[in-house]
Design a protein around this ligand. Structure first.
Ligand code: HPA
Length: 267
């Protein structure tokens, strides 16, 4: 795995001379931050031997290198999910790659189902903590070069970045919810009893991604911030669908990107 990751890094370094400071993962339909990037280079995952390829609708599958508010960034336009058939050690390869390229901060977005009864469709939720039910990406031999065998997860979400997000949301005049993100593998959405379970165990929102990425980022010492777009709410008479998730994400994509752009400018 270490060799595979290093090979991807060197293929990228052969294509461009660029040291990103900040990595951004764009969740389902949350593409509009791409429009605020002063793009230096786009590399499709398919051009990189050893990269897992995104197959989920709404995930383009490109690294975008460039600048947001004059800060060097790399965007993952399209993430990889374990429901696509990859192991979580594989779905998190791009996070390892971005860390080896030099990022110190990682900002993640996703679409999630709200289980907190106070949440509404279109809300943004700052993830303050998670409960991971997707197989842990660190299972297998530990790569000492990346981090310790038993990394602590007590501060996986960076407190200072959370404060920045709250300040910037207030300056934008938007409500930023806070809560615990629970990840399940998908790809089926939850049954009513599963949504209820997520609520009972302390979750505010549920989704199919993000937590493996946060675990490897934290393992490598990156500072992490993550925000969910509440694309649907549990216990609604309207049945959830991926099309509706994408539609709601598109509607709120600009709000998410503005928040990210503002936080990035203050890092
Ligand atoms: N459940 C799981 N994943 C999701 C949901 C949901 O309700 N909405 C968006 N991603």
């Amino acid at each position: 795995m270490l060799q595979r990751i290093k090979r991807i890094v060197s293929q990228i370094q052969c294509k461009l001379d660029f040291t990103p400071e900040i990595g951004v993962v764009l969740g389902s339909g949350l593409d509009s931050i791409y429009e605020s990037v002063d793009v230096a280079k786009t590399i499709p995952y398919s051009e990189l031997e050893g990269m897992p390829i995104s197959t989920a609708p709404g995930h383009v599958g490109q690294f975008i290198f460039g600048y947001i508010s004059s800060r060097p960034v790399v965007l993952m336009r399209g993430r990889i999910h374990s429901y696509e058939g990859y192991s979580t050690a594989e779905t998190t390869i791009p996070i390892r790659v971005m860390a080896l390229l030099g990022i110190k901060y990682l900002l993640l977005s996703n679409a999630a189902g709200g289980v907190n009864p106070n949440f509404s469709v279109g809300d943004l939720m700052l993830i303050t903590d998670h409960i991971n039910f997707i197989p842990n990406p660190l299972i297998g031999p530990n790569i000492e070069e990346f981090g310790p065998r038993f990394p602590a997860m007590g501060s996986a979400y960076d407190k200072k970045m959370m404060v920045l997000a709250e300040e910037e949301a207030a300056a934008m005049g938007i409500t930023l919810r806070k809560g615990v993100y629970v990840s399940l593998t998908g790809p089926s959405f939850e049954t009513p009893s599963e949504y209820n379970f997520v609520r009972i165990i302390g979750g505010s929102a549920v989704g199919m991604s993000t937590t493996p990425e946060v675990i490897v980022a934290s393992h490598m010492g990156l500072k992490v911030m993550a925000v969910s777009l509440i694309s649907n709410v549990a216990f609604s008479p309207v049945e959830v669908s991926h099309e509706e998730v994408l539609r709601q994400s598109k509607i709120s994509s600009a709000k998410m990107s503005n928040l990210f752009r503002r936080v990035i400018s203050r890092l």
